[in-house]
Design a protein around this ligand. Sequence first.
Ligand SMILES: *Cc1c(COP(=O)(O)O)cnc(C)c1O
Length: 355
Amino acid sequence: MIYLDAFERVLDSGWFILGKEVKKFEEEFANYCGVSNCIGVANGLDALILILEAYKVMGMMKNGDEVIVPSNTYIASILAISKAGLVPVLVEPDINTYLLDPVLVEAKITPRTRAVLPVHLYGLLCDMDAINTIARKHNLKVIEDSAQSHGAVLGVSRSGNLGDASGFSFYPGKNLGALGDGGAICTNDEELTKILRALRNYGSHIKYQNLYCGINSRLDELQAAFLSVKLRSLDADNQYRRKVAQYYIDQIKNEKIILPVPAGSDVLNNPKHVWHLFVVRVTNRDDFQKYLRDHTIQTVIHYPIPPHLQQAYKNYSHLKFLISEKIHKEVVSLPLSSVITPGEMQKIVEVINKY
Ligand SMILES: *Cc1c(COP(=O)(O)O)cnc(C)c1O
């Protein structure tokens, strides 16, 4: 077993934090993403927090500055902004792609805006050409939340190389998942990289010398060793996900179900989507979920409550995000993974088409 080999190698080395394995994985993942630097961290949330903290160290942002983020993202994208002492400015997504709408982004820019944080939600890349153009025009940083889009490609660039810096999560359920928590930052910015390498390690470049008030957020040697193994099959795993998505899109025929875009187009040859999730919309979601459950098909909702209606953000609860609210009421994720079998897929389609 190849994971056992990785485990034994790390165990025998007796070195568990910031050693050869992390360095090796950082190089491999930077290469894969086409960036000059990758910095391993403890998880995806920390990756985003640390990027913002590093920009604060560089004097490019300060407490109270604003960061534009989609209102329907997983709450971690928004928490990262709050945790870094900045203000999340929520923007409605496009109802068809569920992604940040560049037109609405521009409308929310104020003199305090410092960055845009596009989220490649469900595995589909945002309209990064439009977002980067707006950001350049207004002198904003673009920070990708790549936690759901490992390996997705836009033109000649991969997710992680489509902005100024990018945060990845290696939570086990992600397209590239560790056997526990893990995360990384990708960037071509050398100064940012230097600061990030210190910030993740108590703010220290050199042992017992602390330049900054950093935190302890490091990718483990063991997880890095496992991730090096997993990275080798990421492209194949993503292609299998596309096959599953293509099958669902071709075979699901039920007017009650709104399929994801790009439904009907050539999913297998669309590198922009890595199908982290296959999310459909149904008006009567509870009924649909129960029906599937009665036929032993488990579904999950990503996500049931919009961030602005969470207790944690009760100061946002007076705001109206009607598109997000509709999305959060209607979405259901169908089973999709790199290990789902054709038999399982066929049964799921049969059951759904009879709903
Ligand atoms: C998973 C996820 C995160 C957070 O990653 P963790 O490793 O769980 O901290 C951030 N943003 C998005 C969009 C995610 O899906």
